[in-house]
Design a protein around this ligand. Structure first.
Ligand code: 5GP
Ligand code: 5GP
Length: 223
């Protein structure tokens, strides 16, 4: 890796649940469908592909390469749909200034992924391909975990449903008892592996490592 940081150990595909994220930014986005009531996405969308270390830390901002939107123009439609920015503020880039969500993810995480995935175009293409391979929204829906503003679901059941298909343990991130993110982890060859979730039996692991309570919600958009 560049920047004097050692190469990462594994990938974390961080997905976000718009129904939860948009509870704080519902009416704000201007240019795309994000967070706008019935126009908002009803699937987990991409937050980023993050290189991680086995000790729970991660490298960031590994090279001086800045984001160039032209390099990913052929992916633009897919990224708008599956990797939308649900936030209104502009994130800071690695090298000062403010940029897009995509630019932030490429500079912070993508540049550290480069030893394995290659350049900016290949970072985004690889992330989309991995995302399409595992449809976590469908996996959860088929197991009965459908968006609802009244139901709460057992965290262990959600994790088991993913494990049954993905064959490795995901990590859930919650905000106020609602699922905000779902992380799928991969070896560098993109074979599934467990995310870091503590030790012991599944319930202990989930309890010790998760920001989620035992029963969680998967909110639908408020109408
Ligand atoms: P938060 O504090 O909201 O969980 O995370 C803030 C930011 O830190 C994330 O958007 C991401 O850039 C980075 N981050 C959080 N957790 C991880 C992780 O497990 N791996 C990596 N690589 N970055 C993370
Ligand atoms: P991370 O938490 O990945 O380091 O940083 C995410 C940055 O991108 C934050 O500054 C956040 O405001 C901005 N951002 C823009 N759109 C989104 C989005 O849809 N989800 C998240 N988590 N952050 C977004």
């Amino acid at each position: 890796g560049g920047g004097g940081q050692r190469e990462f150990d594994y990938f974390n595909l961080a997905l976000q649940w718009p129904g939860t994220f948009c509870q704080r930014t519902r009416y704000c986005c201007s240019s795309n469908a994000c967070c706008r009531g019935s126009n908002g996405p009803t699937v987990f969308t991409i937050h980023g592909l993050w290189p991680d270390y086995n000790d729970g830390t991660w490298p960031a901002c590994c090279t001086q390469k800045t984001f160039d939107e032209k390099e990913i123009s052929t992916l633009h439609d897919a990224l708008e749909k599956y990797w939308p920015s649900l936030s209104c503020g502009k994130p800071s880039s690695c090298h000062g200034g403010k940029g897009s969500f995509w630019g932030h993810e490429w500079e912070k995480h993508g540049t550290c992924s480069s030893p394995v995935v290659g350049d900016e175009y290949n970072y985004f293409l690889t992330t989309l391909n991995v995302y399409f391979k595992y449809n976590v929204t469908q996996i959860l829906n088929e197991a009965g975990y459908v968006p609802s503003n009244t139901e709460k679901y057992p965290l262990g059941g959600i994790v088991s449903a993913i494990q049954n298909v993905f064959r490795a343990t995901p990590k859930l991130v919650c905000k106020k008892g609602a699922v905000e993110e779902l992380h799928l982890c991969f070896y560098k060859d993109f074979k599934p592996r467990d995310c870091l979730v503590g030790s012991g039996n599944l319930n202990d692991k989930l309890a010790s490592s998760s920001s989620c309570p035992n029963y969680v919600s998967i909110p639908a958009y408020a109408s």
